[in-house]
Design a binder for this molecule. Structure first.
Ligand SMILES: N=c1c2ncn([C@@H]3O[C@H](COP(=O)(O)OP(=O)(O)OP(=O)(O)O)[C@@H](O)[C@H]3O)c2ncn1[C@@H]1O[C@H](COP(=O)(O)O)[C@@H](O)[C@H]1O
Length: 100
């Protein structure tokens, strides 16, 4: 397998995050995270919370909750990556590099 996996939805959300950081709309949750006085620690807190909620959903065996919480987790990971200057393409390239 040599094709890069399809992460187009993640790319689209990442682009929206990028756009919000430029336009800074007042009601933007992304901007609230990016501008939080705790800086990267606020985003990392959210990643930790969403990871825990995902684990609980898996333990409960509730598929709907697993989908919901994993989506929350992936979204917050994208905000974290944006703050670090890492793109979804960087991640897909790394995952593709690991194909055996
Ligand atoms: N995918 C998401 C997304 N997933 C989850 N969330 C928000 O993440 C938060 C989840 O955290 P919690 O459940 O802990 O809720 P909370 O108590 O309000 O959060 P905190 O106050 O503790 O930070 C909720 O406020 C959700 O609305 C998201 N907010 C935004 N997006 C994407 O980001 C784009 C830009 O959003 P805005 O910046 O709000 O315009 C949107 O178009 C979406 O594509």
């Amino acid at each position: 397998m040599s094709d890069i996996p399809d992460l187009s939805v993640l790319n689209t959300v990442y682009k929206i995050i990028e756009e919000r950081s430029k336009t800074q709309p007042e009601d933007s949750y992304v901007c609230a995270l990016l501008n939080d006085p705790k800086g990267i620690n606020k985003i990392l807190e959210k990643v930790g919370e969403e990871a825990t909620e995902t684990i609980i959903a898996v333990k409960d065996g509730n598929k709907e909750e697993i989908v919901y919480e994993t989506s929350d987790l992936l979204f917050h990971l994208l905000v974290m990556l944006f703050e670090c200057g890492v793109t979804p393409d960087d991640i897909s390239a790394e995952l593709a590099r690991r194909f055996k």
